[in-house]
Design a binder for this molecule. Structure first.
Ligand code: NAD
Ligand code: ZN
Ligand code: ZN
Length: 378
């Protein structure tokens, strides 16, 4: 089968690899209809992870069940499904409590809880930027979708970024009527803004410097804040009459940068601590890593990021972090899509055949104007 393979920094290729197949009785194989390129893939693409060459990428997958193992009873061949990026065993302590993003059994790396498809340090699983994908514990992991092709561009956000954006808002502790600041207007930040509005936020500020992404934020009713035009904290403080916002969401991650493009891994965390009111909450879904050999400071190479913990404590703020447990939310978010209340597909800018994945990666990584979210159709 054809698949997108990591070959080294800024180098992915579409290659022939062995077919995905049922290896365990609880596996299914999914024929991929849509698979997205994610901002998380860019950390690997830019050579900022330890992902091995030859890895098949892709953790935002959906498609149709092609084959099932003898132990699969809930799903059958022909079912249309969304594949959460987390791979859960379904029976460990964290899975049982709804924290499939911290499954204690599926990632063989000592000390690392949580597994995913096609990702650095997340276990030996191939990704779904390919014609087919093997899904372990299929009955547990897969989400059924209405048959056909309807809502494809909305449903494809259910494997990761719509639940991730929702989770960022959830972690912030938002309640209806809150003002929220989302840092990052990439796909995840835009999904967080969409989620906060669906959950009844009074006002949602979205901070970025990319004009096209800020325009998309504005198009759904959020207030765009351009950090290249002035300090985003001052801009938001002014618009909240000095009070700041109730909640903040971090949707940027460890490669946060200033308007000139220089990296400052503490920058967004510091801005959130400043702009969120005392006793407010912060949800961090942008990724931070324990080892980053390409980091700008010695500390950050070991995951030690010098952010303003002192002010965070003094303001009595709270913070939630981590990979999103997709299954906590994906059923409800699917039903919001079916009911016409949620439309996460509004961020889709490009739909390409699998063969054009290298072009998709290049343009999305360069944040070329208009390349907001790239879908691949194998
Ligand atoms: N926790 C999870 O489960 C999960 C899931 C998916 C993605 N992620 C992570 O979420 C993050 C965002 O993903 P994405 O797909 O939107 O990526 P992206 O790279 O497309 O978007 C990041 C955006 O942040 C902006 N940005 C950079 N510095 C900034 C700053 N100082 N202030 C405000 N904005 C700034 C960039 O201009 C860009 O538009 C990544 O770190 C990704 O790995 C986490
Ligand atoms: Zn993703
Ligand atoms: Zn588990």
């Amino acid at each position: 089968m054809k698949a997108v393979v990591y070959q080294g920094p800024e180098d992915v290729a579409v290659k022939e690899v062995p077919d995905a197949r049922v290896e365990n009785p609880t596996d299914a194989v999914v024929r991929i209809t849509t698979t997205n390129i994610c901002g998380s893939d860019l950390h690997m693409y830019e050579g900022r992870t330890s992902v091995e060459e030859g890895k098949v990428l892709g953790h935002e997958n959906m498609g149709v069940v092609e084959a099932v193992g003898a132990g699969v009873s809930r799903l059958k061949v022909g079912d249309r499904v969304s594949v959460p990026f987390n791979i859960g065993c379904g029976t460990c302590r964290n899975c049982v409590h709804g924290w499939t993003s911290f499954c204690t059994r599926m990632n063989p790396i000592e000390g690392m809880d949580g597994a995913a498809y096609g990702y650095a340090n997340m276990g030996p699983y191939d990704g779904g930027q390919a014609e087919f994908l093997r899904v372990p514990h299929a009955d547990f992991n897969l989400l059924e979708l209405p048959e056909g092709r309807e809502h494809e561009n909305d449903f494809t956000m259910l494997s990761d970024i719509f639940p991730t954006g929702w989770h960022g808002v959830e972690l912030s502790g938002m309640v209806p009527g809150d003002d929220v600041a989302v840092f990052g207007a990439g796909p995840v930040g835009l999904m967080a803004a969409h989620s906060a509005l669906l959950k009844g936020a009074a006002r949602v500020f979205v901070v970025d410097k990319e004009a096209d992404r800020l325009r998309l934020a504005e198009s759904i009713g959020a207030i765009p804040v351009d950090f290249s035009a002035g300090d985003p904290v001052e801009q938001i403080t002014e618009q909240t009459r000095g009070r700041g916002v109730d909640r903040g969401v971090e949707a940027v991650g460890y490669q946060a940068h200033d308007p000139a493009g220089d990296e400052h891994p503490e920058l967004v965390l510091d801005n959130l601590v400043k702009v969120v009111r005392s006793t407010g909450g912060i949800g961090v879904v942008g990724v931070y890593v324990p080892q980053d050999p390409g980091a700008v400071t010695e500390g950050a190479k070991q995951g030690r990021i010098g952010w303003d913990y002192g002010t965070f404590f003094t303001k009595g703020q709270s913070m939630g972090t981590g990979q999103a447990p997709v299954m906590r939310y994906n059923r409800q978010l699917r039903d919001l899509i079916v009911a016409g209340r949620a439309t996460p597909g509004f961020i889709v800018s490009h739909e390409l055949p699998l063969d054009q994945a290298p072009e998709g990666y290049r343009n999305f990584d360069d944040r070329v104007e208009g390349w907001t979210k790239v879908l691949l159709h194998p």
